[in-house]
Structures are given as structure tokens and as C-alpha cells.
Design a protein around this ligand. Structure first.
Ligand code: ADP
Ligand code: ZN
Ligand code: MG
Length: 487
């Protein structure tokens, strides 16, 4: 669904960089390791000493192929590495080894978004701007840590198929969980192992042409991505309505102020003077490598989503929550397989609903506790849902049991027993409480008797209070009607 943009339609395409989780760098044997002292993971290759030669990392290629396959792409039988020339202190070679006109993979699709291309490249080193404290000859200084330089990256470029900020966020979540399922990366936006630039333009709703786009750089959380795109769409619509042109430029989104500031005017491919990397042979994956990469793909989130909906009958919104969060999906499946009578639909409902809400509440400002790390085992939630479905406890009492499980863990049956939360199964006892309710509120009883069913509320409320939510609502209504002579 498109956001309301005053007759305009949003057009969004994403460019995503993923740091691969290989043991060593893309073109040398230096270890990939985070948080170590600066410049300890370096060698002549990644420091660009003259005469050093790159050697391609096979595991990076395997991950790249798996990502390409998971995104439904064609894998190039023979792809080429290029030098992308630029001068900046984060890159001692003064070029980045990347892929240009023949990328590793292209023409794919994930969900509703077409994939333009997937290619391999290397990351730059990390610049640390020490500013005033590191002034040299009156200028602010920057330091370079080459540990990150040469880290294997996969770049994924989508077609401009997204139509609003929320879908961009949701789609990126799908991409993230897909790569995570493969195990190719930590895909952590805050830590920079998943980085996303958003290309944004608008056009009159219904038009097929593309408008001038701007590029929002490096949004480092899902929330910022969504907010950044929203802010940029607002800015573009305001310009368009004022009859002013939208300039093609690169923008930085400041999440604190919600403002967008230009970074640099857009560079063009010819500025980079791409040319084929003479020190690397073309990448021609063997049939064995392709077969092995394909065979070792796990069940992917898009497939899970499909299975949860078609085989288990779970509504789309819940199925997405489970399928796009691999750990939550695993938790759900463990609960389904726990050997209770609980239905998959009921479990999906409780896990994505009450359990998630309770855990969020319990975690408070501190952040989230994931179901898989909580005190509520899949077995326990399955037992609880089975009891609710068998009407051994009411939904309301079930929520009380869940609160206890979140706080202290344990077995639902024991909590029900200990807290006296079992449904009132003795209909004699319930009949007595219903009679008391009618006696306590003769006005309401009279109205109900005359056919005003809205007046039944206080009577049901009385019974629920007396039974502490342990009575089945439908049964209570039935008994009240019966005792008032309404059948
Ligand atoms: P560039 O040559 O400027 O890098 P590309 O055609 O390579 O542009 O596209 C880069 C990214 O921008 C892709 O993700 C693509 O989907 C997206 N994109 C291209 N044109 C538009 C547009 N008019 N509006 C929004 N996104 C676009
Ligand atoms: Zn190295
Ligand atoms: Mg481009």
C-alpha cells in the first residue's frame, strides 16, 4: 500500500552491503576479527604494498553464490573483477576491487522486489576522526584502522520496486533474515555488517516514468531507514508542489533532528575509471561448487512464510512475524513439535501476540528479550495453549499463567494448580454464582429478561469477578439466559 503523498507515488530502490562472515579477508589470509587493536590484521596485500597479489577467498564466493541463489538470481558462469578507482585514505590501493559489468549474479526476486544484481567486493578500512584532540599543524586529524580493509562484501542492488517506507523496512527485514538463515553474515545494522542505502524518488501516481532520485546513505537501523525515507518523500513532495526541481544528490539523514543534508553531488561511473582487475582471473564457479552451494541452502524465510500460510493456515501478518525472524520461527516450530494438542494457529497467535507483548513489557526500556532466550520454553507455551484450547483454563486465566511463566518459568499445569486458575468445571458451582449475580442486580436481570441483551454485561462481570476469570464467557451467558427463562 502506498502512503498518501498528495497525488504522488513513491519509488524506492535499495542498495545493500553485507559483510560476509568468512574466517579471512577477501583477497588475503588476514583474519576477520572485530574489536582488536588497530592494524593488527594486516599484510602486504591488504596494505597494498607494491608487488603483492590478491588471492580470491573461496568461502566468500560460496556465500555470494548462496545469496544469489536465495534471491532467485542467475549465477554468471564467468564473472569479472574490476578496479573501481578513487582516492581516499580508507583505501591504500586507491582502488577497490569490485565487480562491474559482469556481476556474480543477477535478475532475481525476493518477495515483491526484483533483484537487479548481486556482486562481490571488498570493504574499505575504517577512518577514525579524532578531530581537535588529534590536531596536526592546526588541522583536525583522522586515523586509519586497516583491520576492516579487505573484508569480503556482497552488494545487492534491487530494482526500484518499493512503493513506501514501511514496505522498504519490511523487505529489508526479509532480506536480512534470508542472509542470516544462510549463515553468510551477522547482518547487524548497528554494527555495520548490514548497510543499506535507499534511492528515493516520486512521480505522479499512475505514471510509469522514473523521477529524479536522491540517495540516502547508510541508515544504520530499520527504524532510521523508514524514517529517513519518509522524511525524504515529504521533502520531495514539498519541492514538487512548489514547482521546484529535485536535484540528484546524496543525502545524509540525521535521526536525531530528522533532517537531511547533502553529502556530495552524485558521482558517475566514468569518474571511477573502472577497468578489469589484471591480477585476478575471471570467476568461473565449478559445477561442484554451484551444486554444493545449492544443496546446502537451508529453508529460507520466504519458503517458511509460504508453508506457514498454506500448510498451517496461519494468517499472513503472524506468519511474517514468525518467518522473518528465524529464531522466533524456530521457537514456534519447537512448540508445534512439542507433542501437545495445541494447534499451530493457536500457537502462532499466542507467540506473536501475548508472549511477545509480555516479553517486551518485561524487558522495558532495557531492550528486548527474545522468546528463545526467555524463561518460557516452547514446551511450556505449547502446554499452556493446549490447556486453553481444551478449555481447562480460560483465555484470561491463560494470560495470567503466561505472565507467571515469563517472570519465573516453570510448568503451566503447576502454575494453574498452585494459583487455582483452572476453569470452573463444576456447573453446580457456576450455577450458584450466576444465581447470586442475578440476585445482586435485579435491574439488569429485569432488562435482560425483557430482551435487552446489552444489559447482560454487569451480570457477566459479576460472575467473572467472583470466579477470578475462571469461568468460560459463553457458558456464563448461557446460564444467565437459562436462569432468566430465555432458553
Ligand atoms: P546509479 O547509476 O545512479 O547508481 P542505478 O540505476 O545503478 O543508479 O540504480 C541504483 C539504485 O537506485 C537501484 O537500487 C535502483 O533500483 C534505484 N533507482 C534507480 N532509479 C531510481 C528512481 N528513479 N527512483 C528510485 N530509485 C531508483
Ligand atoms: Zn591482509
Ligand atoms: Mg549504481
Amino acid at each position: 500500500m502506498s502512503a498518501n503523498l498528495d497525488g504522488y507515488e513513491a519509488v524506492i530502490g535499495l542498495e545493500i552491503h553485507v559483510q560476509l562472515r568468512t574466517r579471512t579477508k577477501m583477497f588475503c589470509g588476514c583474519e576477520l576479527s572485530f574489536g582488536d587493536d588497530p592494524n593488527v590484521h594486516t599484510c602486504p596485500v591488504c596494505l597494498a604494498h607494491p608487488g603483492s597479489l590478491p588471492t580470491l577467498n573461496e568461502q566468500a564466493v560460496r556465500y555470494g553464490i548462496q545469496i544469489g541463489l536465495a534471491l532467485g538470481c542467475e549465477i554468471a558462469p564467468r564473472s569479472i573483477f574490476h578496479r573501481k578507482n578513487y582516492f581516499y585514505p580508507d583505501n591504500p590501493k586507491a582502488y577497490q576491487i569490485s565487480q562491474y559489468d559482469i556481476p556474480l549474479a543477477r535478475n532475481g526476486r525476493l518477495g515483491d522486489v526484483r533483484i537487479h544484481r548481486v556482486h562481490l567486493e571488498e570493504d574499505a578500512a575504517k577512518l577514525i576522526h579524532v578531530g581537535e584532540s588529534g590536531r596536526i599543524h592546526g588541522s583536525d586529524a583522522s586515523l586509519v584502522d586497516f583491520n576492516r580493509g579487505g573484508t569480503p562484501l556482497v552488494e545487492i542492488v534491487t530494482e526500484p520496486d518499493l512503493r513506501d517506507a514501511a514496505s522498504a523496512r519490511e523487505w529489508l527485514q526479509l532480506l536480512r533474515s534470508t542472509i542470516k538463515a544462510i549463515g553468510a553474515s551477522d547482518v547487524n545494522m548497528e554494527e555495520g555488517s548490514l548497510r543499506c542505502d535507499a534511492n528515493v524518488s516520486i512521480r505522479p501516481a499512475g505514471s510509469q516514468e522514473l523521477g529524479t532520485k536522491t540517495e540516502l546513505k547508510n541508515m544504520n537501523s530499520f527504524r532510521f531507514l523508514e524514517r529517513g525515507i519518509e522524511a525524504e518523500l515529504e521533502r520531495q513532495v514539498a519541492l514538487a508542489r512548489a514547482g521546484e526541481p529535485i536535484e540528484q544528490e546524496t543525502l545524509h539523514f540525521d535521526p536525531r533532528t530528522g533532517t537531511l543534508t547533502p553529502l556530495r553531488s552524485k558521482e558517475y561511473a566514468h569518474d571511477y575509471r573502472y577497468f578489469p582487475e589484471p591480477d585476478l582471473v575471471p570467476l568461473a564457479p565449478s559445477k561442484e561448487l554451484l551444486d554444493e552451494a545449492r544443496a546446502s541452502l537451508p529453508e529460507l524465510p520466504a519458503q517458511r512464510l509460504e508453508r506457514y500460510q498454506s500448510e498451517l493456515g496461519i494468517p499472513e501478518a503472524q506468519a511474517k512475524l514468525l518467518a522473518y525472524d528465524g529464531e522466533l520461527g524456530d521457537y514456534f516450530e519447537a512448540a508445534v513439535g512439542a507433542g501437545t494438542e495445541a494447534s499451530a494457529k493457536g500457537l502462532a497467535n499466542w507467540i506473536t501476540g501475548d508472549l511477545t507483548a509480555r516479553l517486551r513489557e518485561a524487558a522495558g526500556e532495557e531492550g528486548e528479550v527474545h522468546a528463545a532466550d526467555s524463561r518460557v520454553t516452547p514446551q511450556a507455551i505449547a502446554e499452556l495453549v493446549a490447556m486453553v484450547e481444551a478449555k481447562q483454563v480460560t483465555a484470561q486465566a491463560g494470560r495470567e499463567v503466561l505472565a507467571k511463566l515469563v517472570a519465573e518459568g516453570g510448568s503451566p499445569a503447576e502454575i494453574v494448580e498452585r494459583e487455582g486458575l483452572a476453569s470452573i468445571s463444576d456447573s453446580g458451582e457456576l450455577e450458584g454464582i450466576v444465581a447470586a449475580a442475578i440476585e445482586a442486580d435485579p435491574d439488569a436481570a429485569a432488562k435482560v429478561r425483557e430482551g435487552n441483551m446489552k444489559a447482560i454485561g454487569p451480570l457477566v462481570g459479576y460472575v467473572m469477578r467472583e470466579t477470578k476469570g475462571r469461568a468460560d464467557g459463553g457458558e456464563v451467558t448461557r446460564l444467565i439466559r437459562k436462569q432468566l427463562g430465555l432458553g
